[in-house]
Design a protein around this ligand. Structure first.
Ligand code: DAH
Length: 346
């Protein structure tokens, strides 16, 4: 009987399929099994294809049996697949162990360069004294760097600064922060001024332990009615005591700068109990920290101010020099060599 034969074949197929399924434990093998029985050219499809050979009145029974077998196999397949996936997961959890409680690898922490730290210390002190920070350019005109600061082209004072020139005539790298004075004055005139001007300066020097071709300066500029030398002394003394200790004495020597009149150099006494005192002060007990003076009337005029109405003072200091003193750094070249062994000590 066609019906009996076809149904028997279905059942044989069921037994075969279930038997094979038991032997397949991993997912790829199971998928091959699925293709073998349920694929387009699979055995199930072939068996169901027999339907057309079956007499009409027996087709319903055959169809029912076919559905039962199909469902049984599909269920068995899904179960086996689930078990295989679970086993694979358990295996990978057991073999590829990841200990999430292990401490992470520490990343190196960056820190501020000592030059940045000292600049910030200086800003903080002057901020308390009512000064603002004014930033100006490092590439300057010859006019601003020299001429407008009271140094005409052939003035011998220009020899105090070995200059880097550029290929553009009249354009140089600033040799000091003083040209910033011209920028502030021309911007603020006729208002009073109380600013510091920090930044990099450049000089065409032979590099040695004491001189570099680039270095920091902090310029100060105060302009207003009735500003006197006493204000300059008070400001510098307040600064020196905040920077170097409340006991510091300030000594003023007369000096010369083209852009100030009178010009001074300011020394501080170095603590007597510091074993480095003699080395730092060359045996005198006094250490120079900056140049300063009352702004020359010509410079005031070049900035737009009337020297009969206002006066002012200016100063210029070298933060790197202060750092070298503070930490007994004996080679200025260490500053810009980007050697972490240097920077990490601060
Ligand atoms: N510009 C001077 C220099 O680089 C330093 C200086 C001295 C600045 C006296 C000043 C000043 O403002 O009044 O050597």
């Amino acid at each position: 009987m066609a019906d009996a034969t076809a149904t028997d074949q279905l059942r044989t197929l069921e037994t075969l399929a279930l038997g094979e399924l038991v032997g397949y434990a991993d997912e790829p093998a199971l998928r091959l099994w699925n293709t073998k029985f349920f694929g387009d050219k699979g055995l199930m499809k072939a068996a169901l294809g027999k339907l057309k050979d079956i007499p009409k009145d027996q087709r319903a029974a055959f169809g029912q049996e076919a559905n039962r077998v199909k469902l049984a196999l599909e269920t068995a397949y899904a179960t086996a697949l689930g078990t295989a996936k679970d086993a694979a997961l358990q295996h990978s959890l057991a073999t590829d162990k990841l200990d999430v409680t292990l401490p992470g690898r520490a990343t190196r922490r960056g820190r501020l360069h000592p030059a940045t730290t000292i600049l910030r210390d200086i800003y903080a002190i002057f901020a308390d004294l009512g000064f603002q920070v004014y930033r100006t350019r490092e590439i300057e005109t010859d006019d601003n760097n020299f001429e407008l600061l009271n140094m005409p082209p052939h003035h011998p004072a220009r020899d105090m600064w070995d200059t880097f020139f550029t290929t553009t005539p009249g354009t140089i790298l600033r040799t000091h922060t003083s040209p910033g004075q011209i920028h502030v004055m021309r911007e603020k005139c006729p208002d009073p001024i109380r600013v510091i001007l920090p930044g990099m300066c450049y000089r065409n020097e032979a590099i040695s332990t004491r001189s570099e071709i680039q270095f920091l300066q902090v310029e100060g500029l105060v302009i207003g009615e009735g500003i006197t030398m006493a204000d300059l002394k008070g400001t510098i003394t307040a600064f020196a005591r905040r920077m170097f200790g409340p006991e510091r004495q300030v000594r003023i020597r007369s000096s010369y700068f083209p852009f100030t009149e009178p010009s001074i150099e300011v020394d501080i006494d170095w603590p007597a109990d510091d074993p480095n005192r003699d080395r730092l002060t060359k045996g005198t007990g006094w250490l120079e920290i900056l140049g300063a003076g009352m702004i020359h009337p010509t410079v005031l005029r070049n900035g737009g101010y009337d020297p009969d109405k206002v006066t002012g003072f200016a100063f210029g200091m070298g933060p790197q020099r202060m750092l070298m003193l503070k930490h007994a750094i004996d080679d200025i070249r260490l500053f810009w060599q980007n050697d972490r062994r240097f920077a990490e000590q601060f």
